[in-house]
Design a protein around this ligand. Structure first.
Ligand code: SF4
Length: 347
């Protein structure tokens, strides 16, 4: 898998020609001119929001930025909790969350070798992300598997980004339609609840929608440049150009990279309708359950519209349902949640 997080000096690149391989990709971003982003969480998408128009959380917290797939799933989990996170920041990560991240890093290292590339602008950041997609797609076709593949697209009129956990080609080698897989880790050796599975289904369906849309639709480049305020004629740095040359491509401007990205998308096939969630035990990585399910376009659209109506400020956030009040026991905002004030039973 690959992740272009950005900082590969020319010397480091020469020392690690593995990045050149189409079957290996990854770049870690170290942003020379984006220290502000690193200090606020390391990702440019975490930069401070502009003054908000009243009502729309999208405008307040994601202006000129995309919604992440994790925003969608966190909202589906509990809208009120999502609002707390936006207003007050994410609570500290638990040990179980850290263990999950470590397992994903381990899975990533099985197929991806990271390299560092320095990016000096948003254009270069996106160029690296698109190159990670291109290299990941090449790896999928050549090796039959890739991990941590960045995807982007318009979903119901809103830009959305995500990182696909895993794509693998079918073992029969007949179909060219890749299988989308997401691995979740669990602290206890129990099977996931229906609420957890539903949340996982939504996540993987987001990835399928984004992947299939990239493959089947014309990437709306003009909208992309305009929405994210990017200059297509931006001249890439020598470091970025060298990194791109490792992939056998020759790009001078940001728009060149976007063109390669679009061409790559049109060489790929839609993903399979059957999607896969894997649940592993954190203690020993043993498999607890493999859960296969079908993509449901109608259900997905309904879910996305519900989530977006919250983000667009069309209505007040909802609390968890009566059946899912157990979620409140794990919520860091439970003491401040109005649901607790209105009932003595919660949390
Ligand atoms: S306490 Fe329950 S309803 Fe309130 S924010 Fe947390 S999970 Fe949501």
């Amino acid at each position: 898998m690959a992740i272009i997080e950005a900082a590969l000096s020319a010397a480091a690149a020469a020392a690690r020609p593995v990045v050149f391989s189409a079957a290996r990709r990854a770049v870690s971003l170290s942003c020379a001119a984006y220290k502000f982003a690193a200090s606020s969480g390391g990702d440019i998408e975490d930069s401070p929001p502009p003054p908000p128009p009243r009502g729309s959380l999208l405008a307040r917290f994601r202006d000129r930025r995309a919604l992440a797939v994790t925003d969608i799933t966190a909202t589906e989990w509990c809208e009120k909790q999502m609002e707390f996170v936006l207003e007050h920041g994410r609570p500290e990560r638990t040990q179980a969350m850290k263990a999950g991240s470590e397992r994903h890093a381990q899975l990533e290292q099985e197929v991806i070798e990271r390299a560092d590339v320095t990016v000096r602008s948003l254009e270069e950041l996106w160029a690296v992300k698109f190159m990670n997609f291109i290299m990941g797609a090449n790896q999928l076709m050549l090796e039959g598997i890739t991990r941590e593949l960045p995807v982007i697209g318009l979903v119901e009129g809103s830009w959305m980004t995500g990182v696909i956990d895993e794509l693998r080609m079918p073992p029969d080698a007949i179909s060219l339609h890749p299988i989308l897989v997401d691995t979740k880790t669990r602290f206890k050796p129990t099977v996931p609840s229906e609420a957890q599975k539903r949340n996982g289904r939504l996540q993987v369906m987001c990835y399928k929608y984004l992947w299939d849309n990239l493959i089947g639709e014309k990437f709306p480049a003009d909208n992309f440049f305009s929405y994210f305020d990017l200059d297509p004629s931006y001249l890439l740095s020598d470091d970025i150009k060298q990194f791109i040359r490792f992939s056998g491509l020759n790009a001078k401007t940001f728009e060149d990279v976007v063109k390669y990205f679009k061409v790559t998308c049109h060489t790929l096939a839609r993903s399979q309708e059957q999607l896969l969630l894997r649940y592993e035990l954190q203690a020993d990585n043993s498999l607890l359950e493999e859960y296969q399910f079908s993509y449901d376009a109608g259900w997905f659209k309904d879910q996305i519209q519900e989530v977006l109506s919250f983000w667009r400020g069309s209505r007040e956030p909802r609390y968890v349902s009566e059946e899912e009040r157990w979620k409140c026991s794990f919520c860091k905002f439970a003491n401040n949640c109005p649901l607790n004030a209105s009932t003595s039973r919660c949390c």
